[in-house]
Design a protein around this ligand. Structure first.
Ligand SMILES: [Zn+2]
Ligand SMILES: [Zn+2]
Length: 194
């Protein structure tokens, strides 16, 4: 099958790779239908993303259709449309035990530390798949991941109706590659009420 790989900074290739096979852990095979191009993907391409390792199949905003299910899958069936969690966590470190797999000590991000979704198929655990409603197109669903970052920031800032905000942030491309995240981190928000 085909995949898009950044071999090393400034060198991107379409390559042939083995189609993934499901197993006891990665028990859902997803046929990719859409993937976002994030600022951090551009950073990986240019070699400015400190977390990325090479060669790397990029793509961490991943939408697809369930192609095959394996042992133990109970909540998904072939044909379901899903978005895939970009973060993989170990499940046994302190943050994971506290239900905070997003800051796992052994965290690996698909498309950054391990291969991501710019390929025809990807095998992932059922627990990393989220069902999509029919009302959302694949292309729009790709934006769920960036949107969750903004929602999380607003939630942690405890915003309420009629709050007045000052959002301080660099314009895209002028700061770090994850500037969408930086832009809405709560500590950059000044809040004024009244
Ligand atoms: Zn991103
Ligand atoms: Zn962990």
């Amino acid at each position: 099958m085909k995949a898009v790989q950044i071999v090393k900074p400034d060198e991107l290739r379409v390559i042939d790779v083995e189609k993934p096979v499901i197993d006891g852990k990665n028990n859902v095979l997803v046929r990719m239908t859409a993937a976002g191009i994030c600022g951090s993907d551009v950073g990986i391409y240019h070699g400015t993303n400190a977390a990325a390792t090479y060669p790397r199949i990029i793509g961490h905003e991943m939408v697809g259709r369930v192609e095959e299910i394996g042992e133990g899958v109970s909540g998904l069936k072939v044909g379901d449309r899903v978005i895939i969690n970009q973060v993989t966590s170990c499940g046994h470190c302190y943050p994971c035990r506290k239900g905070r797999g997003n800051v796992c000590d052994n965290l690996e991000v698909r498309g950054v530390h391990i291969d991501g979704g710019y390929r025809e198929f990807i095998a992932v655990p059922e627990s990393d798949c989220y069902l999509l409603p029919d009302s959302l197109s694949d292309e729009d669903a790709v934006m769920i991941e960036p949107t969750t970052i903004a929602i999380q920031s607003c939630t942690r800032a405890q915003l309420e109706k009629d709050d007045m905000l000052l959002i301080l942030a660099p314009a895209p491309g002028q700061h770090d590659p994850e500037d969408r995240q930086t832009a809405l981190r709560p500590h950059h928000c000044g809040r004024h009420r009244g």
